[in-house]
Design a protein around this ligand. Structure first.
Ligand SMILES: Nc1ncnc2c1ncn2[C@@H]1O[C@H](COP(=O)(O)OP(=O)(O)OP(=O)(O)O)[C@@H](O)[C@H]1O
Ligand SMILES: [Mg+2]
Length: 484
């Protein structure tokens, strides 16, 4: 037996590595991953059109020293089996190179750290010319010739990535700049969703000087969104967190919400799990074949948070754009899905019930589900809506938890036994009309002060229990609404 070192043939392997299947937006997202892992709080992405268009990605992260860039440029710079920092979005030691060169022929990395600036590049034509893994390094006075590289002067540390010679994009179009601009628009869409949890907090991303707004797929700022009970699964000592959300019924989705979730069609198609790895969205809008995507469950979405130390179980791919569900947790996910869908059904079905019931909004809803009935508190009654409008997100969550607890602790069997013996006291205290009128007027005044549609709110009270039972009260409210 003998050893024979067999070094990969650079021109062929680097060409093959370009075909991992990155889309334009997933390539840019991979570079953003690196900036986030380097603790950047601001990322500037610029597309410069012209005869030789280029893209710059500049971050204000930790930056790299000369030796660190040299190492970062090596294919397989880190072992995928290595334990990573819990906020690190990387895994394979490939993204910087493979993502960039999947779109273009030249990648330049210039970085500033400890007040020193260094730079290297991979140029496919240079590799073909040299027939080897020959990295190009730059002397200090050569670095200043790169476009807009002086932007590094304004930051204490950070990294400048330059992408040039977009041969792959050029192949598919007769107007390179137009296609690059379109790709950039798609990238903005992609980034605003994939990194929404960073954009909501510690990170700003600008594309051609325009700040990207986060797109929250759970519409948490809409008060009608329901937060379901969070569940935790322990898998090999790591914690996976599941948070189900039920989006509001279509009639309560605002135009602003529609911008976040896309069209009505997408609202339905993108139901399902939203799987995050260290808060970065990897896959979304799938039930992993645990459930059919049907009309009824279209409002259910489940946020799944997985830490990066479970990468091996999910088979995260190099592009961080796919992952497989391990059998071990399939069952628990299914239970979670089931609960979400049931609730999603109730939001949808409630709409159909109104007409049957003479246009009365009951506080308790009796909901049929696969031949059985369950009792839920109507989330659309104006009493609750008005209370919600005074609460912040945390309080809303607590309120929602409380409502769920009330529903779940409803003493069905005791009530059943007592009722069957005729022992339930049904003599309710009758609340005086003046008192009910005072309650409604207080809400109408609050609504007026806060520029809410007080007429709609007043009318909602008129058809809701217990106000709808009192004819004199309804008359007085109607008159009052006419006069204000
Ligand atoms: N913007 C950046 N700022 C600071 N360091 C960076 C930056 N981009 C890359 N690096 C360094 O270069 C290394 C190689 O990056 P690369 O994207 O190729 O691999 P990775 O992020 O480790 O793993 P993955 O292939 O999963 O992305 C990183 O581990 C990091 O140390
Ligand atoms: Mg990376």
């Amino acid at each position: 037996m003998f050893n024979k070192e067999t070094i990969p043939f650079a021109p062929s392997l680097i060409e093959s590595m370009r075909s991992l299947g990155y889309s334009f937006e997933s390539a840019i997202a991979d570079l953003i991953d690196n900036s986030i892992s380097a603790n950047a709080t601001k990322i500037d992405i610029k597309l410069a059109p012209g005869n030789d268009p280029y893209i710059i990605i500049l971050d204000n992260g930790n930056g790299m020293t000369n030796i660190e860039i040299e190492e970062a440029m090596r294919y397989g710079s880190r072992n995928p089996l290595e334990i990573r920092d819990e906020n690190d979005l990387g895994r394979f030691g490939l993204g910087l190179k493979s993502a960039s060169l999947s779109q273009c022929r030249r990648l330049v990395v210039i970085s500033k750290k400890n007040n020193k600036v260094s730079g290297y590049s991979w140029d496919i034509d240079h590799i073909i010319d040299k027939q080897s893994w020959m990295l190009i390094g730059y002397e200090n006075d050569e670095l200043k010739d790169f476009p807009e590289v002086d932007l590094l002067q304004d930051i204490e540390s950070g990294t400048y990535i330059l992408l040039e010679k977009f041969d792959r994009v050029q192949e598919s179009t007769d107007n390179l700049v137009k296609t690059l601009k379109r790709n950039m628009d798609n990238t903005v869409e992609h980034i605003s969703l994939v990194f929404h949890r960073f954009l909501e907090k510690e990170l700003d991303i600008y594309v051609n000087n325009e700040k990207i707004e986060p797109k929250d797929p759970f519409l948490t700022s809409n008060k009608a969104t329901q937060f379901k009970r969070e569940q935790k699964l322990i898998v090999n000592e790591s914690v996976i967190t599941l948070k189900p959300f039920i989006l509001p019924h279509m009639s309560r989705i605002t135009n602003n919400d529609l911008k976040k979730v896309g069209s009505k069609e997408r609202l339905k198609n993108e139901q399902g799990f939203y799987v995050y790895r260290n808060r970065r969205l990897i896959i979304w809008g799938t039930w992993f074949r645990l459930e059919r995507k049907d009309e009824l469950s279209k409002l259910a979405r489940v946020m799944v948070d997985i830490p990066n130390d479970l990468d091996y179980m999910w088979n995260i791919d190099i592009k961080k754009s796919s992952a497989n569900l391990p059998d071990i947790i399939k069952k628990n996910l299914y239970n979670c899905v089931y609960e979400s869908i049931l609730n999603s059904e109730s939001v949808n079905k409630y709409r159909g019930r109104k007409a049957d019931d003479g246009n009365i909004d009951y506080i308790w809803q009796r909901i049929e589900n696969r031949g059985e009935f369950e009792y839920k508190i109507n989330r659309n009654i104006p009493q609750l809506k008005m209370l919600e409008s005074t609460l912040n997100i945390k309080q809303l969550r607590s309120l929602n938890e409380l409502l769920i607890q009330l529903e779940e602790s409803f003493p069905i069997s005791t009530l059943y036994i007592d009722a069957s013996k005729g022992k339930v006291n049904e003599n309710r205290e009758v609340i005086h009309t003046d008192e009910l009128f005072g309650q409604v007027m207080e809400q109408i005044e609050f609504a007026m002060k806060n520029n809410m549609d007080y007429k709609e709110i007043g009318n909602a009270f008129i058809k809701t229990e217990p106000y709808c039972m009192d004819n004199e009260l309804k008359k007085r409210i109607r008159e009052e609404l006419k006069n204000v």
